[in-house]
Design a protein around this ligand. Structure first.
Ligand code: DGL
Length: 270
């Protein structure tokens, strides 16, 4: 039987900056035959402290850019955009849209036994209550304790992944969450998976961390499979990376997120 052309199309993944490369990394590991086009709005990052209107306008521009490239699926790798602008992306997109919040929420509900779940993210993500809504869609009985952790993004970009300052910051942020009997904590931001070992230390062995990037890759595999859109092993995957600025230390930071060397990056001028 002839292959449907759509199977060969890339997956479009986007984020406010380089943080979404944690999702690309998880996708590359879980779906090694899929081609990926990544878009990171490095000129305008961070989004997590911006208004809903601004985030929605930026999300619309990125969606239009990726749709023009011809993608078979869109993945909102940025928790902040997923939290406040998913409807904007869906309204514009003729192809299916997946996002990290839904994937992380589903995974949290599967993991928790106590039904007490912590959620950490940027101020925009936490203020939107999007994780709580998504978790309650899967299980309304789960109790959720959310905490915005705005300092984590700059700390990760500084490379302070195992630094005393980061540890003290986490201890301070987690106080109002850890006083509840949670057994699960959702890492609701692209940057937080890089802090996993330190955060695990701070929350202790009784709390399981949910990495939205891994959950996203798992859900993508299921959706592609169910819709007959999975790429076949016949051709090597193509990866393309687009950004709106190439800031200082871009290569180092990008490679830290991607976990491998970053190939050629294209600069987009709107
Ligand atoms: N990508 C954002 C997120 O996952 C973090 C960086 C930002 O604030 O733009 O929420």
């Amino acid at each position: 039987m002839a292959l449907q052309p759509a199977q060969h199309l890339p997956i479009g993944v986007f984020d406010s900056g380089v943080g979404g490369l944690t999702v690309v990394r998880a996708l590359m590991e879980r779906l090694p035959f899929e081609s990926i086009i990544y878009f990171g709005d490095t000129a305008r990052v961070p989004y997590g402290v911006k208004s809903v209107e601004t985030i929605c306008a930026f999300a619309a521009e990125i969606t239009q850019f990726l749709l023009k490239q011809g993608v078979k699926l869109l993945i909102i790798a940025c928790n902040t955009m997923a939290a406040v602008a998913r409807h904007v992306v869906e309204d514009l997109s003729p192809v299916p849209v997946l996002d990290v919040i839904d994937a992380g929420a589903r995974s949290a509900v599967n993991v928790t036994r106590a039904r007490y779940v912590g959620v950490i993210g940027t101020p925009a993500t936490i203020n939107s209550n999007a994780y709580a809504r998504a978790i309650h869609r899967y299980d309304p009985s789960v109790r959720i304790f959310s905490q915005a952790c705005p300092l984590f993004v700059p700390l990760v970009e500084e490379g302070w992944l195992d630094h005393e300052v980061t540890r003290l910051t986490a201890q301070e942020y987690f106080k109002p969450v850890l006083c509840h009997p949670i057994d699960t904590m959702v890492l609701g931001c692209t940057h937080y998976p890089l802090l996993k070992p330190l955060l695990q230390d701070v929350v202790g062995p009784g709390v399981q961390l949910v990495d939205s990037a891994e959950a996203m890759a798992e859900q993508t595999a299921e959706v592609l499979d169910a819709s007959g859109l999975s790429a076949k092993a016949s051709a090597p995957p193509q990866y393309a990376f687009y950004v709106t600025d190439v800031p200082l230390r871009f290569q180092t930071i990008g490679e830290r997120f991607l976990g491998r060397s970053l190939p050629t990056v294209h600069l987009v001028k709107w």
